[in-house]
Design a protein around this ligand. Structure first.
Ligand code: TYD
Length: 142
């Protein structure tokens, strides 16, 4: 199967609009407007035990925006050549991840909530969960 040759440089932080008043803040995200894809699915990770690691996979097609809705965590992006670690700790920043990028999610703060906006419905066929397979596909050795 073909794996997209996107690199970590194709992933970026998107600053989301923040509506601020003395009662607190609000951020709204519209499909295809603040995010460069149509949103088909929303999911969130929570109650993550201390020291736990999530992610550890890449996607063939899926585009995602990852947001620290509460607390903080690090996202380690890996394109098979370069790794880049990004800390998310504000609910008005989203990390846009293109297809074909391995990601590890680490260093979750207590009570953190990791919100994901996704371009496709869930499909296990879209996942690569074995790192050596990822490297082989990425480097075109198949
Ligand atoms: P997984 O993607 O491995 O979690 P993470 O990358 O956040 O560590 O998914 C964990 C489990 O949840 C796995 O059994 C698949 C299931 N799942 C769904 O049923 N629907 C979904 O939209 C997602 C993201 C996962």
């Amino acid at each position: 199967m073909y794996l997209n040759k996107n690199t970590v440089l194709d992933c970026k932080i998107i600053e989301l609009p923040k509506i601020h008043n003395r009662d607190g803040n609000l951020t709204a995200i519209n499909s295809g407007v603040e995010v460069p894809f149509n949103i088909k699915r929303v999911y969130y990770l929570y109650d993550i035990p201390g020291g736990e690691m999530r992610g550890a996979h890449a996607h063939f097609e899926l585009e995602q925006l990852i947001i620290a809705a509460s607390g903080s965590f690090d996202v380690i992006l890996d394109d098979g050549v370069t790794k880049k670690s990004i800390t998310l700790n504000r609910p008005y920043y989203g990390l846009y991840i293109k297809p074909g990028i391995w990601r590890d999610l680490v260093n979750f703060s207590s009570g953190s909530v990791l919100l994901v906006l996704a371009s496709l419905k869930y499909s296990e066929n879209d996942y690569i969960r074995d790192y050596n397979s990822f490297l082989n596909l990425k480097n075109g050795n198949n």
